[in-house]
Design a protein around this ligand. Structure first.
Ligand code: ADP
Ligand code: MG
Length: 438
C-alpha cells in the first residue's frame, strides 16, 4: 500500500503538537499512516478509545496539518482498529465491547439545542458532569427521530472521556431483554446480574419495549433498585412519558419519576435550520442559506427525515458537479413530498381568511388591534394550529413576530367561540374544507 514517508508523518505530528497542544495526546506517538490513496490518508489507531477520540476531535486538525506538510489537498480518515475476533458472548461484555455500540458522531458538540430540547440537553450535560448526583434517573422521552439516542450516547461519550476506567453501559432495551432471556436459558442469571449491577452508569434506550416483557421488567426493576441505591447514574429513553407507556406498572412509573423526566419536542424551523447547517458542515458541504431554509421547511417532524432530505440534495448535486442551489434542492426533494406532509401553508391559510373576512395581508401581520382584525388573525392562528405542524412560535412569526403565548391565547379564544357560537363552527368547517382541497 502506498503511504507517505516517515519523515512527512513525523512532521505532521510535530505540527499538530505545535499548533494544537491541547488536542495532542501522548499516544499519538503510536499512530502510523496506513495508506495514502486518491488524496485520502488513512490512519488506523490500535485502540477503540483512540479511534473514538480521533474521530470526535481531531479530523480537522489532522487534515490541516497534513495539507500543510504535504503541500496538497488531502483528507485524513481514521479507520477502526483491527480487533482480535472476540466471540459474541453477550454476558461477558466489558466497558470496552460496549463501546462498539456508540456512534462517534453522537456527541454534545454535534447536538444543536433549541426550545424543543433545551431541558433534556441541559439535564444530560448535568448528568454527564455529575453522574448519580443531580438527576437520577434521567428519563428522556419524545417522538422518534428527535435525538434521544443522540443525547444518551453523548452522555456516554462524555462519561467515558471523564472517567476512562468507569464502565458506562449503553444498551437498548431489546438487548437487555435478550440478554436476560439468554441468561435464563443458559442458567447464568447470576452472571447477568453481576454484569449489570457492577456498572458505573447504565444507559438504556427505548425502554417502552419493557412494556411487553413481563419477566424482563421484573429483572429490570431489581437492577434499577440496586443501582439507584448505590447512587449509580441511570439514564433511560422512551417514545412516551413513563405514564404514557401502556402496561408499565405503577412501581416502575414512580421509579422513573424519581429523577427528572424531560421531553424533547419537534424542533422549530430555526432549530431545524441550525441542525441542517451542522449536518452539512459535518459532510463538508457548502449549503446556501436559501437551500437550508427550503430543506428545513420541507419536513417538520423527525430530524432523521430532515437528514434524509439533505442526503438527497447532496446526491442530486453530484450530478451537477457538486453545485448546490435552490433548483437542485427542489429537484431533489420537491417531487418526493410525502402525502402526509402536504399540509396547507400559512399563505394558503391567510388567503382564505383574507377572502372570507375581507382583510389584507398587512392587516393580518400588522399591529392594529381593532376587533375584526384581531379576530381574523386569531382565526388564522387557529387554522394554522389545527392544520399545520408549525409550532406556536413559528405561527407567531408569520403574524408580525407575535410570541407563543399570544398565539396560544388566540387559539383558545377561537376554541371558546366555537363552543358557544352557532355560526362560527360552520364557517370554520368551510374554511378547513377549502384548505384541505387546495
Ligand atoms: P431518536 O433516538 O429520538 O429516534 P436519534 O437520536 O436517532 O433519534 O436522532 C435521529 C437523527 O437526528 C440522528 O442522526 C441525530 O444525530 C439527529 N439529531 C437529532 N437531534 C439532533 C440535534 N438536536 N442536533 C443535531 N442532530 C440531531
Ligand atoms: Mg433512538
Amino acid at each position: 500500500m502506498p503511504t507517505i514517508s516517515d519523515r512527512a508523518w513525523d512532521d505532521i505530528l510535530a505540527l499538530l503538537r505545535r499548533r494544537w497542544p491541547d488536542l495532542v495526546r501522548p499516544w499519538f506517538r503510536t499512530l502510523q499512516p496506513e495508506q495514502m490513496d486518491r488524496g485520502v490518508l488513512l490512519v488506523r489507531p490500535r485502540e477503540m478509545a483512540h479511534f473514538d477520540y480521533l474521530r470526535r476531535h481531531c479530523q480537522e486538525a489532522f487534515r490541516e496539518a497534513a495539507q500543510e506538510v504535504l503541500g496538497r489537498l488531502v483528507t485524513v480518515e481514521f479507520a477502526e482498529p483491527d480487533t482480535p475476533a472476540v466471540p459474541e458472548t453477550p454476558l461477558s461484555f466489558g466497558g470496552d465491547s460496549a463501546q462498539f455500540t456508540l456512534n462517534g458522531d453522537y456527541t454534545f458538540e454535534n447536538f444543536i439545542t433549541g426550545p424543543c430540547n433545551r431541558l433534556a440537553h441541559a439535564a444530560a450535560v448535568a448528568v454527564a458532569e455529575n453522574p448519580g448526583r443531580v438527576y437520577n434517573p434521567l428519563f428522556i422521552h419524545g417522538d422518534v427521530g428527535l435525538g434521544k439516542t443522540h443525547l444518551l450516547q453523548a452522555v456516554c461519550h462524555e462519561l467515558r472521556c471523564r472517567h476512562a476506567a468507569g464502565r458506562v453501559l449503553y444498551i437498548t432495551c431489546e438487548t437487555f431483554t435478550n440478554h436476560y432471556v439468554e441468561a435464563i436459558e443458559r442458567g447464568a442469571v447470576h452472571q447477568f446480574r453481576d454484569c449489570y449491577r457492577s456498572v458505573d452508569a447504565l444507559v438504556i434506550d427505548d425502554v417502552q419495549f419493557l412494556a411487553s416483557r413481563e419477566r424482563s421488567r421484573e429483572e429490570f426493576f431489581h437492577t434499577f433498585n440496586s443501582l439507584f441505591q448505590s447512587q449509580i447514574q441511570i439514564i433511560l429513553s422512551a417514545d412516551e412519558s413513563p405514564r404514557g407507556i401502556p402496561s408499565l406498572e405503577d412501581r416502575l412509573v414512580s421509579r422513573f419519576n424519581w429523577g427528572l423526566v424531560a421531553r424533547i419536542e419537534s424542533p422549530c424551523l430555526e432549530t431545524r435550520m441550525a441542525i441542517l447547517r451542522r449536518k452539512a458542515k459535518t459532510r463538508c458541504a457548502e449549503v446556501p442559506e436559501d437551500v437550508v431554509h427550503y430543506v428545513a421547511a420541507y419536513t417538520n417532524s423527525s430530524i432523521r427525515e430532515l437528514e434524509g432530505a439533505l442526503t438527497k440534495v447532496l446526491a442530486v448535486s453530484q450530478q451537477y458537479g457538486g453545485r448546490i442551489d435552490l433548483d437542485i434542492a427542489k429537484e431533489a426533494i420537491g417531487d418526493h413530498l410525502p402525502a402526509t406532509t402536504r399540509e396547507p401553508s400559512i399563505t394558503d391559510i391567510m388567503d382564505v381568511v383574507m377572502e372570507r373576512y375581507n382583510v389584507r395581508m398587512s392587516d393580518l401581520q400588522g399591529k392594529k388591534r381593532n376587533r375584526s382584525l384581531v379576530f381574523a388573525r386569531q382565526v388564522c392562528m387557529y387554522l394554522a394550529r389545527e392544520l399545520t405542524s408549525l409550532s406556536l412560535e413559528e405561527i407567531g412569526g408569520h403574524f408580525g413576530g407575535r410570541d407563543h403565548s399570544t398565539v396560544l391565547h388566540g387559539v383558545r379564544a377561537i376554541q371558546e367561540q366555537l363552543a358557544n357560537d352557532e355560526e362560527l363552527p360552520l364557517i370554520m368547517k368551510d374554511l378547513m374544507q377549502r384548505l384541505r382541497q387546495s
